[in-house]
Design a protein around this ligand. Structure first.
Ligand SMILES: Nc1ncnc2c1ncn2[C@@H]1O[C@H](COP(=O)(O)OP(=O)(O)O)[C@@H](O)[C@H]1O
Ligand SMILES: [Mg+2]
Ligand SMILES: [Zn+2]
Length: 475
């Protein structure tokens, strides 16, 4: 038999094989067992989360020779025909290529006739949002009151584009994106059944790259099997995806924790030399920051055998939770901005520099470490453990730092961590911030009144910092 793509070969044949989407399975199972089936369903969700799969299982449930059931037998003639895609009473229409009213009329005309071999005629209209307005209108009547023997299943990735008149005639189910652990489990299942060896790390990387879509996950797995020789190895998968080794990401975070701009930039350049994908790097950075945030609040959520866990724990101890939150936000946003950046490297390094420049409590690498691992600390407790000097940028030359910045009273109201040294908050309205040094940790080029003015290493003035605005006379 010719080779069949894994995604097709492993399409679930009944509800119990389906990964995730329990809410839909439960509702349909109840409806089927109680014989209270609606005549029109709308399944929404991104690509490859099970819309077509569920529609086909439903068609089998309705037409199985053993009677209407939530567990179709899979061996009778209708079940087999549906699995093989040649059941005459399952009419699949791709609305993306049949958008017009004529196509719709043709289909609806046939709806009047009884099913040829099955119990029900099931109309599966995929990408239904692509239908023209007139096509939608022509189906309204049939959709509202179809003949007894007709069921509609509409599927779409873009429910916003569906007229409200159609929505109100359907029972809507929103399929969820599949989280990486569920995708990973399915990939492992498929590999085990196929008798192909794999490294758990490889599955983790693939499952994350699938971005919530099981089809994407299985397609990537297909690719990884072809790319490697026999087994599925982590190094090979990373190379295939242009994915960045966790080691790189951890080194970036460690440089950030130490506010070491030079090392940070060096790491970024090394990544560029190795042609690593910056988009993936930012994604991995966000994943690591998420892990760090988890370690700070729910340490048990990160398994002991996760690669690099020790270093993550150390980072969780050194970075304060607000910084982690902010860096996460910057990483996610930076990924968004990559497409409009002058070039990928500029976008990536700029994102890293932004992390360096902004830090709610400064980047008191040494200071925070002296306290408890900030895990489970309350906001006020965190604010209290942060040393007052946090308001002063670590890299700031002490000789030109204004002395005013270091007193406790200057650090803003107690328990408002953001106000302490945050570049954005400082100087906004309240007089307190105006006297403070710029919180970006870049080299001050000259002392000006009332605060020093800074320049980025490549001589772009630091716009984020209110003192700069003061200095330039625009405040
Ligand atoms: N929930 C799921 N559980 C297991 N496999 C799934 C699931 N969703 C999708 N798949 C896999 O992805 C493939 C495509 O799924 P499909 O239902 O056609 O996606 P779509 O939502 O785009 O219609 C299936 O053949 C199956 O291998
Ligand atoms: Mg589909
Ligand atoms: Zn059957």
């Amino acid at each position: 038999m010719s080779y069949q793509a894994l995604a097709r070969k492993w399409r679930p044949k009944n509800f119990s094989e389906l990964a995730g989407q329990q809410h839909v399975v439960q509702a349909l199972t109840n409806a089927l067992t109680q014989n209270r089936l609606h005549h029109a369903y709308l399944l929404t969700g991104t690509r490859g989360v099970g819309k077509t799969t569920i529609a086909r299982i439903l068609a089998k449930s309705l037409n199985c020779e053993r009677g209407v059931t939530a567990a179709p037998c899979g061996v009778c003639a209708p079940c087999v025909a549906i699995d093989e895609g040649r059941f005459v009473d399952l009419i699949e229409l791709d609305a993306a290529s049949n958008t017009g009213i004529d196509n719709m009329r043709e289909i609806l005309d046939t709806a009047r006739y009884a099913p040829t071999v099955g119990r029900y005629k099931v109309y599966l209209i995929d990408e239904v949002h692509m239908l023209s307005r007139s096509a939608f209108n022509s189906m309204l009547k049939t959709l509202e009151e179809p003949p007894e023997h007709v069921k509609f299943v509409l599927a779409t990735t873009d429910p916003q584009k569906i007229p409200i008149t159609v929505l109100s005639r359907c029972l809507q189910f929103n399929l969820k994106q599949l989280p990486p652990p569920i995708v990973a489990r399915q990939l492992e299942h498929v590999l085990t059944q196929e008798g192909i060896g794999f490294e758990p790390g490889a599955i983790r990387v693939l499952a994350r790259a699938a971005q919530g879509s099981m089809r994407d996950g299985l397609s990537l797995l297909d690719q990884a099997i072809a790319y490697g020789s026999g087994g599925v190895e982590e190094a090979v998968v990373r190379q295939m995806l242009g994915a960045v080794e966790t080691d790189y990401v951890l080194r970036l975070l460690e440089a950030l924790a130490e506010s070491d701009g030079e090392r940070l930039f060096g790491e970024a350049r090394a990544m560029a030399e190795r042609n690593l994908a910056f988009d993936a790097a930012l994604q991995d950075l966000a994943v690591c920051l998420h892990d760090i945030a988890l370690l700070q609040t729910v340490p048990g959520a990160i398994p002991d055998d996760q690669p690099g866990r020790d270093r993550l724990v150390e980072l969780a101890r050194r970075l304060d939770p607000e910084t982690v939150q902010l860096d996460y936000q910057i990483a996610v946003q930076g990924r968004n901005d990559l497409s409009i950046a002058p070039d990928e490297f500029a976008g990536f390094s700029m994102t890293l520099l932004r992390m360096l420049a902004f830090a709610p409590g400064g980047r008191p690498a040494i200071a925070v470490g002296s306290g408890p691992v900030v895990a489970a600390a309350t906001t006020s407790a965190r604010a209290a453990t942060r040393p007052v000097t946090a308001a002063v940028p670590v890299a700031l030359d002490a000789s030109i730092a204004p002395p005013a910045a270091t007193t406790a009273t200057e650090a803003g109201p107690a328990g408002s961590p953001i106000a302490a040294g945050a570049p954005v908050a400082a100087g906004r309205g309240t007089g307190a911030g105006r006297r403070r040094a710029c919180a970006c940790r870049l080299t001050p080029v000259r002392r000006c009144s009332p605060a020093p003015r800074h320049r980025m290493p490549h001589s772009i003035p630091c716009r984020s910092s209110p003192p700069w605005r003061l200095a330039s006379g625009r405040a």
